[in-house]
Write a new protein. Sequence first.
Length: 309
Amino acid sequence: MYDIIGDIHGHAGQLEKLLRKMGYEKNGNGYSHPERTAVFVGDFIDRGPQIRETLKIVRDMTEHGNAMAVMGNHEYNALCYHTKNEKGEYLRKQNENNTNQHSATLKQFEGHDAEWINYLEWFHTLPLFLDLNEIRIVHACWDNDNIEILGNRNTISPDFLQELNSEKHYKSSSLFCAADECLKGREEKIPEGYKFTDKHGKERGEMRVRWYLDPSDLNYEDFYMVKIAELSGMKVDTEKLKKKSYYQETEKPVFCGHYWFEGDPKTEKKNVACVDYSIGTGGKLAAYRWSGEKDLTDENFVWVNANGD
């Protein structure tokens, strides 16, 4: 039995309230439950006020066998931000935009350099995905082709990090795309002539899509994750998509985070649930309490609000 917990982004207070709400108790080895195991979907750092505390809770639970965790894109970005290539250049540019996204973590670890280095080393051990007996966990997107491409390279070791960011692979190879989609989701081009502005104010011609839905019978607003009014009611042109595959209803339940959903948590389909409900922007810290069911149900979500209620 598993409790799959969404993106925390440094909100340790809400995490502790959620764990207690689900019956977890704190002892010398951190939080534990007598019958259940927590599973974290990544994105522990950035944005929130208690990043160090969040990392300690999650790491203590995982290292004492009371939880499992996968890597989020923010942990991956942190590794790239703090790692140089053979040319002495950081894998993720330390420019204004990237530094702003990472600023809460940088500030809270000021004067704690050794502790931060230790957590970066821990990030290298976090798997990109978990394929358990009856459920699957990934931060952003489960794609069977990607999982096959990654094979046994399920952690971002220092060598694998350099390989992914090399000229041979960066943003071009199937290996890079496989890891990137696990962490950041699938994106597809918006029809020519249309663009949208993302939450960082950047104009974009590609958008995240609902990788778990069959695009062949959907309108743009149902498949793409940001609505563009002019495209409302138009069918998706599947011939223009990079990928037409989607997560089949016959596969075992899969859980993800990443997508900043709003409102009351609910399933995406009978075997797909997202547990990220925007605690980082004043929303909810959510969890799905899985107890063996093949068809997921909205009633198994539990959450705390940003104010702790």
